[in-house]
Design a protein around this ligand. Sequence first.
Ligand SMILES: C[S@@+](CC[C@H](N)C(=O)[O-])C[C@H]1O[C@@H](n2cnc3c(N)ncnc32)[C@H](O)[C@@H]1O
Length: 210
Amino acid sequence: MDGIVYPKVSEYIEKFGGIKELQNLEDYAKENHVPIVMKDAARLLAFMVSLHRPEKILELGTAIGYSALVMALHSGAEIVSVEREEGMKETALKNIEEYGMKDRISVVLSECEEYLQKTEDTFDFIFMDAGKSHYREYLELSLPKLNPGGFILCDNVLYKGLVVHDTAARKHRTNVVKLQEFLDYVHSREDLRVSLLTVSDGMLLIRRKE
Ligand SMILES: C[S@@+](CC[C@H](N)C(=O)[O-])C[C@H]1O[C@@H](n2cnc3c(N)ncnc32)[C@H](O)[C@@H]1O
C-alpha cells in the first residue's frame, strides 16, 4: 500500500538518490517524520524549474523548506511558499537562511486558500503540496494567478495508489474521495491541458490550453 508502482521499481529509482546538496534536510525529515517530496519528485521539480526558468514561483505547503530549496537551487526564481504551521515556518526559515536563500524564498504563514484569495501577485509556476482534499479549491484560486505560459504541478494525486480503489480505510477516505473528484474534474475541463504522471506518489501537470 505504500507505493504506486511495483516495489522493486521504487527501490531501483530510490537508489539513484535525491538532491545531493539537500541530503541533510532529507535525513532530518525522515528522522522527524516530516512529509517532504520523494526523491524522484525532487528530481522532477529540479528538472522542471531548470527547463521552464520561472521568474516567480508559488509553493503551497512549505513544511521544512525542502522543496522550496530544491526549486531555488535549480532556478533563479523568486519563491513564495505558504505554510499554516508556525513551527514549520520557523524551521523552514532557518534552513533557508543556512542555504543562503533568504533573499529568494519568502515563507508566508497562512492558510493556502486565504493567501490565494488575498494575493495580487501572479506566478509562472505553482507547486501544490498542501492539503490533499483541497486541491480543487487551490486550483480554482490558482488559475487566475497563473501567468500566460505558466503551469501547475500537484503532488500526491494518486495517494499511495488508494485513489484507484472504490473504498478506502476511514482515515484516508476524505482525501481519496476528494482526489478522485479532483482528477475527474481536471480531466473534464476542456480549457486545460493535463498530464498525470506515475512519478513519486502521483504528480499532475496542469496548464491552460493556448
Ligand atoms: C507535504 S508537506 C509539504 C512538503 C514540502 N512541500 C516539501 O516537499 O519540502 C505539506 C505542508 O502543508 C501544510 N498545509 C496543509 N494544509 C495547509 C493549508 N490549508 N494551508 C497552508 N498550509 C497547509 C502542512 O502544515 C505541511 O507542512
